[in-house]
Design a protein around this ligand. Sequence first.
Ligand code: 13P
Length: 255
Amino acid sequence: MARKDLIAGNWKMNATHLEAIQMVQKLGYRLDPSDYDRVDVLVCPPFTSLRSVQTVIEADYLRIKLGAQNVHWESGGAYTGEVSPGMLAKLGVSYVIVGHSERRQLFGEDDAVVAAKLRAVLGEGMTPIVCVGETLEQREQEVTEQVIGGQLQAALGGLDEATVGGLVVAYEPIWAIGTGRTADADTAAAACGYLREQVRSQWGDAADRTRVLYGGSVNPGNVAGLMAKRDIDGGLVGGASLDPDQMAALVRYWV
Ligand code: 13P
């Protein structure tokens, strides 16, 4: 079964809702129906912009998909400052990033939290984008596979084959995030291929459906080389996704 490529923009903590409206409108102008036929295009703005971006997408009949960068695992209650999966689903959010390294490193999210969030996202019918990745130190110690394999297992363990086949996994080496230092295409593909084989070893043919993205300093200059790799089904893009011209160029990586 062919996997549809996915170019996902993670805007991180950038853009007011007014800026976000302009960004998504500009991106919409730059893309054609054939782009969406070939690639799923996703933007993940901060919570404060989700409603505004959803409104633009609906009003302009854009085929851009809406994602969130984080979520709480409970459905509601006394969790000051948190946002529930149901709130996101009602806003037209179809993807939610879980386990991003910035959340793991800066906000103390461990594997158990990531697993709980992933299940909560699935429970509302949305697609989790599960991030895994090693530090520079771990890469130098040659434990990359143990680290990302362990993170994958902790997040996906116990899920059934149909569920795993619908997931998105993002390999994001921490040393390549926001540093301008991209993993070269062979390095990225080796890690993505390893993750796919890990999925295959437990969930069989689901591995042919699970989309595996690469993230870390993806830009219009390096995207084609990454996308040429069989095991890389798209990109999870930070900095470059903030510029609609660059985001459109990423979507059109084959041109
Ligand atoms: P950059 O593309 O800015 O390196 O960020 C990658 C990332 O963390 C996407 O989630």
